[in-house]
Design a protein around this ligand. Structure first.
Ligand SMILES: [Fe+2]
Ligand SMILES: [Fe+2]
Length: 260
């Protein structure tokens, strides 16, 4: 399937136009028509490889969190946002793999904090969709193998607001949407898109922002190798007041010996 998707990706144009309606998201691009038929049978490329580089100390929490995330994907089949999973995986499979990891890591932290199942499901869905707005950023920027210039970086930063416009009318809860719009905010006000400070940032977004950075640092990128979880935690801690110290401690404990 991975090879198949790579072939398909070559057909994609830079001018993808995706919009959401009150009922169901619609993808408008003639070049996509020939691959929409088999969408219902689509097997996501990176399922089963979640967190493969991380040594999670509490396997039961990892397994439970994986189960919640996989169930949300399965249960989304008839939901308005389901197309976004498909398009993320088809267009940028690594972004979808990252989204799964962010969802699982976020749910793990939330389990540890005693969240209820409904809360875990909301966090899982928010994690899966947190970067959905990247579908509206040109592929040449998302897939660029070298560092981005200021203009390109500002296009990437638009993905939080793009995400909100894409999911408008999909019926997501405000708690879930908080992850999409706020996962790049930072507690000291240095984040984007609004520069919110600690008290104004939703607790779910405080969880997701750590999962997001942790997965990014521990994953391979064309312009740098993957770093260890230990190094990732160090980098996050060195950021001082940007991240919730409470949640950083939670993920540190969850990642066990490897990160201590
Ligand atoms: Fe993001
Ligand atoms: Fe992300």
């Amino acid at each position: 399937m991975l090879v198949e998707n790579k072939k398909r990706n070559k057909q994609y144009s830079e001018n993808i136009s995706i919009k959401s309606k009150a009922s169901k998201p619609v993808v408008e691009n003639l070049e996509y028509e020939n691959i929409q038929e088999d969408k219902s049978d689509h097997k996501y490329t990176n399922m089963g490889q979640v967190l493969i580089n991380l040594n999670v100390s509490e396997a039961n929490i990892l397994n439970y969190s994986n189960k919640i995330v996989n169930q949300i994907i399965a249960d989304s089949k008839d939901m308005a946002w389901n197309d976004f999973f498909y398009w993320l995986d088809a267009r940028f499979s690594w972004v979808f793999a990252h989204s799964i990891n962010v969802a699982v890591l976020s749910v793990m932290m939330a389990v540890k904090r005693g969240c209820k199942k409904e809360e875990l499901e909301c966090i899982a869905l928010g994690g899966l969709l947190h970067d959905v707005g990247k579908l509206l950023v040109p592929a040449s920027i998302i897939q660029k193998k070298t560092s981005l210039d200021d203009e390109q970086m500002s296009r990437v930063k638009e993905h939080c607001e793009h995400g909100m416009s894409l999911v408008e009318g999909c019926g997501l809860s405000d708690n879930c949407k908080a992850i999409i719009i706020q996962h790049h905010e930072r507690l000291d006000g240095s984040g984007y898109p609004f520069g919110l400070k600690s008290d104004d940032i939703h607790p779910y977004a405080k969880i997701a922002m750590i999962a997001d950075v942790l997965d990014a640092i521990t994953s391979y990128r064309p312009y740098r190798p993957a770093k260890s979880a230990f190094k990732a935690i160090q980098i996050i801690r060195d950021e001082g007041d940007k991240f919730s110290a409470e949640y950083v401690s939670v993920i540190e404990r969850l990642l066990g010996e490897q990160s201590t």
